[in-house]
Design a protein around this ligand. Structure first.
Ligand SMILES: Cc1cccc2c(=O)nc(N)[nH]c12
Ligand SMILES: [Zn+2]
Length: 378
């Protein structure tokens, strides 16, 4: 990994279109062009796809997850193997979530305290403890280019008092993460995570506290946790413009194509979501004409490609009839081809957004896809 310490973490905005930003972020494993969609590779692989598939699809950066990689294969093993890049033969950037969200999703088997969170493995029920220092050590062993702080993702519907106390804890943990991993040690960037639930004053308080800590970027956490779309968009448009302008803004766990375009219009630069690969496995495919449920009988004899505008191997090589057959027959190739297509769609959407911002026509791109994915057509 060779990088120039002088430019590491540099985020440059090269064009804007309304609040939408076109930029680039320098990481130790390469420059990331934003707005960007990041395929999720929770356990060190984007399910059913190999690095050369991801390269062909235009992936610039993928996600790994601290919680899962710590439990299996173990961050100590990854350190002995030279880190996740070498272990998974992925030589481009990797972002790792801190594991907080995953632990808080294990509702009944975790205990929260000032020092961190105790939880039981979903594999064998063994007891473990994540402190801010521990998750920094794990991400250091993984060798991710962008690390996330340990945070408490407050459940949807949490009351004001709980949310206010929780964001203070998340800020104290964020400070401890920063202290535990000095700036750019091992070529790694560190992002803070904004919390505060659905209370605008608490969101602003969280942001003000985090902005005093030296982070390379800021994420919006605690959204896409069960709230309605209008609630998510309302908070998104409130907080994104208040985030520091000269560092990347990352909306965690979002989202559908329309959510991503909404986020970009609010000034967000980075997105990740399991939708493309998860929905690929249940036959829900995203195309330039809208969503296609490939298992529908109407495709049984359909010789046309899934998406005539898509450059992916699946669309260039096979018919809808064949893709439907693979899905109905539960052939493993169905996972691979459907995942390849959906990931290509999300990455193409991000590329189209970058080009639209450069050409000052982002609003038109967003309106086009709002029509393509209008609920009536689902
Ligand atoms: C992955 C993800 C989705 C949604 C929300 C969150 C969050 O609040 N905090 C973390 N660390 N991760 C999240
Ligand atoms: Zn395709």
């Amino acid at each position: 990994m060779t990088y120039d310490p002088a430019t590491l973490g540099q985020f440059t905005i090269t064009a804007t279109d309304g609040a939408a930003r076109r930029g680039s972020l320098v990481t130790a494993h390469g420059v990331v062009q934003t707005p960007i969609f990041m395929p999720v590779g929770t356990q060190g692989s984007v399910k059913a796809l190999a690095p050369d598939d991801l390269d062909a699809a235009g992936a610039q950066i993928i996600l790994g997850n601290t919680y899962h990689l710590y439990l299996r294969p173990g961050d100590d093993l990854l350190a002995r193997k030279g880190g996740l890049h070498r272990f998974a033969s992925w030589n481009k950037p990797i972002l790792t979530d801190s594991g907080g969200f995953q632990v808080f999703s294990l509702k009944d088997i975790r205990k929260l305290s000032e020092d961190g969170v105790e939880f039981r493995s979903h594999h064998d029920g063994s007891k473990h403890f994540f402190s801010p220092e521990k998750v920094m050590s794990i991400q250091n062993n993984i060798g991710s280019d962008i690390m996330m702080v340990l945070d408490e993702c407050v459940a949807y519907g949490a009351d004001y008092d709980y949310t206010a106390k929780s964001l203070e804890l998340t800020t104290r943990w964020a400070r401890r993460c920063r202290q535990a991993h000095p700036r750019h040690k091992n070529g790694q960037l560190l992002f803070g995570i904004n919390q505060g639930g659905f209370f605008k004053d608490l969101r602003e308080r969280s942001l003000a506290q985090l902005a005093e800590i030296d982070f390379d970027g800021f994420a919006i956490g605690g959204l896409s946790v069960g709230e309605s779309i209008p609630e998510m968009y309302d908070m998104l448009h409130h907080i994104a413009p208040l985030m520091p302008r000269d560092t990347p803004r990352y909306l965690m766990g979002v989202g559908t194509p329309l959510d991503i375009l909404e986020g970009i219009s609010a000034g967000v630069d980075m997105f990740d979501c399991v939708l493309p690969t998860r929905n690929a496995r249940n036959g829900t495919l995203y195309t330039s004409q809208g969503k296609v449920n490939i298992r529908r009988a109407e495709y049984r004899e359909d010789d046309s490609p899934l998406d005539p505008l898509c450059p992916c191997y699946a669309c260039r090589t096979f018919s809808k009839a064949y893709l439907r057959h693979l899905y109905v027959a539960q052939e493993l190739l169905s996972y691979r081809l459907n995942s390849l297509h959906n990931i290509t769609f999300f990455l193409t959407l991000a590329r189209q957004a970058r080009e639209a911002i450069e050409q000052g026509r982002f609003a038109a791109l967003k309106a086009h896809y709002q029509d393509v994915f209008a609920p009536a057509k689902d």
